[in-house]
Ligand binder design. Structure first.
Ligand code: AMP
Length: 257
C-alpha cells in the first residue's frame, strides 16, 4: 500500500493505473466496520482502490467539533492495508486549502435542508472536498455510505449538475448488534449516553415521524429533526444530540423491517 500526502504524489501513484478502473473511498478516518464495508465494495469491483483520509475542516462548524474529532492514523493505515487498499491519500489541510484558497461548490437547495439547517456550510464543505478528490483521483466509481443519506443526495446532484464522469455507489448502513449505526463519533459517548442513543435507531424503525419524535423526546435526547426525506430511496432521517455528541441516522422507508 502506498501512502501519499500531496496531490502530486497521489497523481504519480495513479499514473500507470489509469487503464483499469479506479475506486475512491473518501473517509475522515477513525475507521470502523462501516468504512470497511465501503472498502470491500470498492475492492470487489475496482482494479485500484484509493482511500482518502482527511478530516475536512471546511465541513465543520464549531472549532471544538473539528478539534475533538477522533483521529488514529496509524491504526487507520493498518486497517486500510488489511482491507486491500492500494493507495491512501492523506493530505494536510494546507495541501487541500493552501493560502489564498477561495473556490467553493454549493448544492444550493439540497444543501440547505435538514443537516444544512443545523450545520450551515456543512454540505458546501462536503461538496467542495469531494469535487477536489474527484478531480485529483479521477475515480471510475466513488463509494459512500447510506448512513449519510443527505450527503449521497447532495453528491448525486453535484455529479449530475456538473456533468462529472464518475459513478456513485452507495453501501447500506452497518450497525452494531444493538442497532446503533456505526460512526466514528460513537467513541465520544459514555456508556450511559450510548444506552440513551439506542432510542435513535429504535425511533427510526417505526418509519413514522410523529411516533419517532415521541420516542426520541421521551428518551431524553435533544431532537434536531426527525423527518421523512424524499431521497432515493425515501428515508426517515433523524439527528439528535446526546450530551455533547451529535448522532445522525436514517432508515429507508420501503426497506423490510
Ligand atoms: P466519514 O469518515 O464519517 O466521513 O465516513 C466516510 C464514509 O463512510 C461516508 O461515505 C459514510 O457515509 C460512510 N459510513 C460512515 N458510517 C457508516 C456506516 N455505519 N455504514 C456504512 N457506511 C458508513
Amino acid at each position: 500500500m502506498t501512502v501519499t500526502r500531496t496531490v502530486r504524489a497521489v497523481r504519480a501513484a495513479l499514473a500507470d493505473r489509469r487503464d483499469g478502473t479506479i475506486g475512491l473511498v473518501p473517509t475522515m478516518g477513525a475507521l470502523h466496520d462501516g468504512h470497511l464495508a465501503l472498502l470491500r465494495a470498492a475492492r470487489a469491483s475496482c482494479d485500484t482502490v484509493v482511500m482518502s483520509l482527511f478530516v475536512n475542516p471546511a465541513q465543520f462548524g464549531e472549532p471544538s467539533d473539528l478539534n475533538g474529532y477522533p483521529r488514529d492514523e496509524e491504526r487507520d493505515l493498518t486497517v486500510a492495508d488489511e482491507a486491500g487498499v492500494d493507495i491512501v491519500f492523506a493530505p494536510t489541510a494546507g495541501e487541500m486549502y493552501p493560502p489564498g484558497y477561495q473556490t467553493w461548490v454549493d448544492v444550493t437547495e439540497l444543501g440547505a435542508t435538514l443537516e444544512g439547517i443545523h450545520r450551515p456550510g456543512h454540505f458546501r464543505g462536503v461538496a467542495t472536498v469531494c469535487l477536489k478528490l474527484f478531480t485529483i483521483v479521477r475515480p471510475t466509481l466513488a463509494f459512500y455510505g447510506q448512513k449519510d443519506a443527505q450527503q449521497v443526495e447532495v453528491l448525486r446532484r453535484m455529479v449530475r449538475d456538473l456533468h462529472l464522469e464518475l459513478g456513485l455507489r452507495v453501501v447500506p448502513t452497518v450497525r452494531d448488534e444493538d442497532g446503533l449505526a456505526l460512526s466514528s463519533r460513537n467513541v465520544q459517548l459514555t456508556a450511559a449516553e450510548r444506552t440513551r442513543a439506542l432510542a435513535l435507531p429504535r425511533a427510526l424503525q417505526t418509519r413514522d415521524p410523529e411516533t419517532a419524535r415521541r420516542i426520541l423526546e421521551s428518551g431524553d435526547l435533544v431532537v434536531d429533526y426527525v423527518e421523512l426525506a424524499p431521497f432515493d430511496p425515501p428515508v426517515l432521517v433523524g439527528a439528535v444530540r446526546v450530551g455533547s455528541t451529535r448522532l445522525l441516522d436514517n432508515v429507508p422507508i420501503d426497506e423490510e423491517r
